[in-house]
Design a binder for this molecule. Structure first.
Ligand code: PRP
Length: 213
C-alpha cells in the first residue's frame, strides 16, 4: 500500500511539473475553443477537396510507377496521410525536416537548412512535395532548389493552403487545396505553439484571446 501511494505521489508530482512547465513553454496551453475566432475550412469541405486533389493527382501520374510523395515535417503529415489514401495509383513516401537559419529566423535569402534528410534516392523519380501551407514561399523555394540538384525525373508541389498575399519567393504550385487570406490559422497539421495539429479543420486564431507567452 505504501509503495502504491508513493508511486501515485510521484506521478502526481510529474503531472504538476508538466502542467506548470507546459513542456518548456512555461504555461498550460489554452483550450482551442477559447481562442478559435472562426472555422475557416470545415472538416467536410477540407476532406472533399483532399479527395479531389487525390483524384487529380492520380489521373496526372497514371503510368508513372515512380511517384514519390515527400512530406516536409511536421505540418504536412495529416494532409499527406489523407491525400495518400485518395491516390489510386502506386506511390512511395518519404520525409524531410528543415529549419530556419538562426533562432526562428530565415537568412536574408530565405534559405533553410536540412535537419532530417530523405531516406530515399530521388534520382529518376517523380517527386511531389506535399506541404500544409505555402506562406512566404521560402521553405518550398529552398527545398525545390536542394532537391532539383538530385536529378528527379520531375519535381512538383502540392499544398493544402496557399497564403498567396504573403508570398516573397516565386514558387510554382501545381496542386492547391485552398487560397486563404492572411490570417493566423491552425489545425490539420498547423500548430498553435506546437499544439492542435490534430484538429480536423482549419481554424482562425482570435489574437485578442490567445496568450502566446
Ligand atoms: C510551416 C509550413 C511550411 C512553412 C511555410 O512550417 O509547414 O513548411 O512553414 O512557410 P514559408 O512559406 O513562409 O516558408 P514550420 O516552419 O512552421 O514548421 P512545422 O511544419 O513543423 O510547423
Amino acid at each position: 500500500m505504501w509503495v502504491r501511494l508513493s508511486c501515485m505521489r510521484r506521478v502526481a508530482a510529474l503531472i504538476m511539473k508538466f502542467r506548470v512547465s507546459g513542456e518548456g513553454l512555461g504555461r498550460t496551453m489554452q483550450d482551442y475553443r477559447e481562442v478559435l475566432a472562426e472555422i475557416l475550412i470545415d472538416e467536410a469541405t477540407l476532406q472533399r477537396r483532399v479527395a479531389e486533389l487525390g483524384a487529380e493527382i492520380s489521373a496526372d501520374y497514371q503510368g508513372h510507377p515512380d511517384l514519390l510523395l515527400i512530406c516536409i515535417l511536421r505540418g504536412g503529415v495529416p494532409f499527406l496521410v489523407d491525400l495518400s489514401r485518395h491516390l489510386t495509383i502506386p506511390h512511395m513516401m518519404d520525409f524531410m525536416a528543415v529549419t530556419s537559419y538562426g533562432a526562428g529566423r530565415r537568412d536574408s535569402d530565405g534559405n533553410v537548412r536540412v535537419v532530417f534528410d530523405l531516406q530515399m534516392n530521388i534520382m529518376g523519380k517523380d517527386v511531389l512535395l506535399v506541404e500544409d501551407i505555402v506562406d512566404s514561399g521560402h521553405t518550398i523555394a529552398s527545398v525545390l532548389g536542394m532537391l532539383g540538384t538530385r536529378q528527379p525525373a520531375s519535381l512538383k508541389v502540392c499544398t493544402l493552403l496557399d497564403k498567396a498575399e504573403r508570398r516573397e519567393a516565386v514558387v510554382p504550385i501545381h496542386y492547391r487545396g485552398f487560397t486563404i487570406p492572411n490570417r493566423f490559422v491552425f489545425g490539420y497539421g498547423l500548430d498553435l505553439d506546437e499544439y492542435y495539429r490534430n484538429l480536423p479543420f482549419i481554424g482562425v486564431v482570435d489574437l485578442q484571446k490567445y496568450r502566446s507567452e
